[in-house]
Design a protein around this ligand. Structure first.
Ligand SMILES: [Zn+2]
Length: 409
């Protein structure tokens, strides 16, 4: 396992980014048919001088993802209320969907017959599918976990389902996602050391089986590091999973209800020792402030339901903190949701109008607020990315945090 420290990192290659640089540092592989096994599927372009923050590109069969990147969550093959053209306009380069949910409904077969998930949902850019390990262990009524697989009752219609790591990989291959996640056992945050230890070793065994059956040359496969709050188990999980060899690595079993300092400690301890030359994905995190310390630890990919979920509850993320647009305070406020924001919602509509829509239970209210929130997260990560490339991440972070108040207003 390689260790990420500042000394052995190649010189930052500032100047080559999504906005076009003067220097051609490394030609990306042809996007239409990336070749599995080529290291150039992930290219590091720049690194912050003081922290582990880094900028790179992941090349997939459906295009390039500039990292750090935020993935809007489209669990049911839709980012709630947004059409693919909205997501393109917002600047999303990759979205996340979920093999477990699609397996339950509408079923993998119909999506395969439609030509894969991209065609089925009308989204031509990269998709990462989560394996559903987390959902099986949190949503479904579990019947039995064995080394072979998991028997559970669907949370949707109660039918009994038996899933194996091999079957989950096949489902994701049929979906045709650009990045597939191995099937993992995700124990609850209050699980004992013994329980977590067992889950770690089962996940390692399942990862080996997933690797053996992964044949889709157009799909990257990411391993998942488990181990809960136990740093020694996290390290075992990391070492063993890296030994199997994947295209990228995710930190799973975080943001599952544990106290935030506990999560932050795991990220700060483990992310820096994840392989430097592979994408690192922090699953299910987080808030705008989480993005800063996680990127600082060396994370490249994020997903979180916060932008969409908060929008449905009538709350907007803004440059100065969260704003509960639904509150009576905003009934006569004709200012945009976020005066620093350049999204379609903020350019055209007021807080007062949005509050009116939300209070009248008009669908457009959810849609406009979701549009803004997703735009907010994507734009924030893009600003962070640019600040790293331009060597002013620390300054950007300080300015940002001095304005941002995470407490609910
Ligand atoms: Zn906006």
């Amino acid at each position: 396992m390689k260790v990420d420290n500042h000394q052995n990192f190649p010189s930052p290659l500032v100047g080559e980014g999504e906005d076009g640089g003067n220097r051609k540092v490394k030609s990306p592989p042809p996007l239409s048919s990336p070749i599995k096994g080529e290291d150039s599927r992930f290219v590091l372009l720049a690194k912050d001088r003081e922290t582990r923050a880094r900028v790179g590109q992941i090349h997939t069969a459906h295009g390039t993802i500039h990292t750090p990147a935020f993935m809007p969550v489209g669990t049911q093959a839709t980012v709630k209320t947004l059409a693919p053209r909205d997501l393109e306009e917002i600047g999303a380069e990759i979205i996340l969907s979920n093999a477990y949910h699609l397996y339950i409904r509408p079923g993998i077969d119909i999506i395969k017959r439609a030509g894969g998930l991209h065609r089925f949902m009308g989204w031509a850019k990269p998709i990462l599918t989560d394996s559903g390990g987390y959902q099986v262990f949190s949503l479904a009524r579990l019947r039995k976990i064995t080394d072979e697989g998991v028997t559970f009752n669907s949370h949707f219609d109660g039918r009994e389902i038996f899933l194996t790591p091999e079957e989950v990989m096949k489902a994701q291959s049929d979906l045709g996602s650009d990045i597939a996640m191995i099937f993992d056992e995700c124990p609850p945050h209050d699980a004992t050391y013994t329980q977590v230890n067992e889950a770690v070793h089962r996940t390692i065994d399942w990862a080996k089986r997933a690797k053996r059956v992964s044949e889709n040359q157009r799909q990257l496969i990411f391993g998942i590091i488990q181990g809960g709050k136990f740093i020694d188990l996290r390290k075992i999980s990391l070492e063993e999973t890296v030994g199997i060899g994947f295209d990228g690595y995710a930190l799973g079993g975080v943001s599952v209800g544990e106290p935030k300092p506990e999560m932050e400690l795991v990220v700060r301890e483990i992310v820096p020792i994840m392989p430097i030359e592979k994408p690192r994905y922090l699953m299910g995190v987080g808030t705008p402030l989480d993005l800063f310390w996680a990127i600082e630890s060396g994370v490249d990919l994020f997903d979180c339901v916060n932008p969409t979920r908060y929008a449905r509850n009538g709350t907007a993320f803004t440059r100065t903190g969260k704003v509960v647009v639904r509150n009576a305070d905003y009934s006569e406020d004709l200012a945009p949701v976020d005066e620093h924001c350049n999204c379609d919602t903020c350019r055209n509509f007021s807080r007062s109008y949005l509050r009116h829509l939300l209070n009248s239970e008009e669908i457009l209210g959810h849609r406009l607020l979701t549009y803004h929130n997703v735009y907010f997260f994507i734009s924030l990560v893009k600003e962070i990315r640019n600040s790293i490339r331009e060597g002013r991440f620390a300054q950007f972070k300080e300015e940002y945090l001095s304005q941002y108040d995470e407490s609910q207003r």
